[in-house]
Write a protein that binds this ligand. Structure first.
Ligand SMILES: [Zn+2]
Length: 271
């Protein structure tokens, strides 16, 4: 009989719930989408391939090692596991990765458009000034190689001709980032239909990015990253060198929310 650690019991339930929510939201069809979570053991809990996300349950998840090989579970690993493992390898702070094909954001990815013109203040704090477009690559090693340059400085990417990948410190954060990317893409589509997107004033960006840094959402040293990110409201430069900031270990959630609120108010007042 398979031994499952106590913590893993609730982690399995939460991961299955997130997978089902992807289906309920209409962000996946057929067997699309996948979710994974880094376990305390250093292995990864993941949805099985060839399964509707509506059918994911705590007891049909699989566990893989850092090469993507199955350690336990009866299902097989999904082919996009390399994308997840690349994120985990490059970001020690990340514990969960979510992949889906939500319609509005995937439409941007299919049209070859990044969400790189910041137009909502809160989104700049949560996700940074741009959600880049990773060039299309076939599943496997090529896709993992394509995503690597974007992982350290972003928490969400559009995958060219494919879908969306988001990651976070826990399952909920990775899921909410997927939700936010889709919401932004839907707003951007509507705004483009009404004329065009009016980006946030450039003067608001630096304080918002500083709020993001204070909230622990960005990693790295303040001054150089700030200067680079302001420039990044143009399309995100490939392979640019951005320092990695560590999330403050004692950053309580309510503190983060308060900081964001205060900084957004200040940024908008100063514009
Ligand atoms: Zn996919």
């Amino acid at each position: 009989m398979q031994f499952i650690a106590m913590a893993e019991i609730s982690e399995r339930a939460h991961l299955a719930e997130v997978a089902v929510r992807l289906h309920q939201n209409g962000w996946v069809a057929n067997h699309d989408g996948n979710v994974s979570l880094r376990l305390a053991s250093g292995r990864y809990l993941a949805t099985p391939t060839a399964t509707s996300k509506a059918a994911v349950r705590a007891d049909n998840l699989i566990v893989v090692d850092d090469s993507g090989a199955r350690v336990s579970g009866s299902g097989k690993p999904f082919s996009e596991i390399n994308l997840h493992l690349t994120v985990y390898r490059l970001r020690a702070d990340v514990r969960a990765v979510v992949h889906a094909h939500p319609r509005a954001a995937t439409a941007f990815a299919v049209a070859g458009l990044a969400l790189d013109r910041p137009f909502i203040a809160e989104a700049v704090v949560s996700l940074g000034p741009s959600i880049p477009l990773v060039p299309f690559a076939l599943p496997g090693a090529a896709a993992a190689e394509a995503i690597a340059p974007f992982v350290r400085e972003h928490d969400a990417v559009l995958l060219g001709n494919h879908g969306v990948l988001t990651w976070g410190a826990d399952l909920e954060q990775a899921y909410l980032r997927m939700e936010l990317v889709e919401h932004l893409a839907a707003i951007a589509s509507l705004a483009r239909g009404l004329g065009d997107i009016r980006p946030l004033p450039a003067s608001a960006l630096a304080p918002l990015i500083e709020a993001r840094r204070k909230a622990g959402f960005v990693v790295g040293a303040a001054a150089p990253a700030l200067a680079q990110t302001v420039v990044a409201c143009a399309p995100a430069p490939l392979g640019s060198n951005v320092t990695v900031y560590e999330r403050p270990r004692n950053a309580a959630k309510h503190d983060v929310t308060a900081i964001i609120r205060e900084e957004i108010a200040r940024a908008l007042a100063e514009k």
